[in-house]
Design a protein around this ligand. Structure first.
Ligand SMILES: C[S@@+](CC[C@H](N)C(=O)[O-])C[C@H]1O[C@@H](n2cnc3c(N)ncnc32)[C@H](O)[C@@H]1O
Length: 221
């Protein structure tokens, strides 16, 4: 529905913005075009394109690139592959939104973790990553163009872990400047459980992230 751009259009004139909308599904693009037409915003748009954003070449530098094609812990959807392809097409002083996505690791009791469904600010803050949690990696407009893969350093299995038996990944999104989506503030920043510590026989394990063909996390025992 192009919800990230349509509500902002009343603040601009069509001379100020030249927008290209991209989606892999014809139906999504058709609906976005219908909404833009109904609201009288067609002049803002240079194109409504049905394309694979992991391969799309814009042909000229992009000033502002907005991509929201993600799920929690950067699983399922191709946010990393799309960022990898399009970030290198941003102009020198151009910007990527979201500016930065950072993933953290922690051991938790997953069943007791709060999610975005629990809309209580005080409780939500207790769920945010702290300096005690291990940062895994982040992506921003300087992401490497080659295949993106990540392997953590060895993570120790605690001697006693009955209170925190699950391996969890938390997501934090810096949308722009001081505007953040913290863990549990949205479906796409909800905690993600990779597996159980009880499945690991050794004294440590590594976490591996593969961005393509399907973005997944793997526990290397
Ligand atoms: C989570 S939705 C976000 C929708 C959008 N942010 C909005 O405001 O409506 C992700 C969208 O990405 C599209 N998508 C998934 N893979 C894609 C790809 N490789 N290239 C282009 N679009 C893709 C899906 O069809 C879906 O419409």
């Amino acid at each position: 529905m192009a919800t990230l751009i349509i509500p902002l259009l009343p603040f601009f004139s069509s001379e100020e913005l030249n927008i290209t909308l991209l989606d892999i599904h014809q139906e999504s693009i058709d609906n976005a075009e219908k909404i833009a037409a109904k609201l009288g915003y067609l002049d803002f748009f240079q194109g409504f394109l049905v394309r694979d954003a992991t391969k799309y070449m814009h042909g000229k530098p992009i000033d502002v690139l907005i991509t929201e094609t993600m799920d929690k812990a950067l699983t399922k959807e191709p946010q990393v592959s799309i960022t990898k392809n399009l970030a290198h097409q941003i102009s020198e002083n151009g910007m990527l939104i979201p500016e930065k996505i950072t993933l953290y690791h922690e051991h938790v009791l997953f069943a007791e973790l709060l999610t975005a469904a629990v809309l209580d600010d005080e409780k939500r803050i207790s769920n945010m990553p702290t300096s005690g949690k291990l940062e895994l990696f982040s992506i921003d407009k300087n992401i490497e163009a080659k295949d993106f893969e990540f392997q953590s350093t060895p993570i120790e299995v605690p001697k006693i872990y009955n209170e925190t038996p699950d391996i969890c990944i938390q997501t934090e999104i810096k949308i722009y400047a001081d505007v953040f989506l913290h863990p549990t503030e949205s479906i796409i920043t909800n905690p993600y459980c990779v597996g159980a510590l009880s499945s690991i026989k050794g004294s440590n394990y590594q976490l591996e992230y593969v961005s393509a063909p399907e973005p997944i996390w793997i526990i290397k025992k």
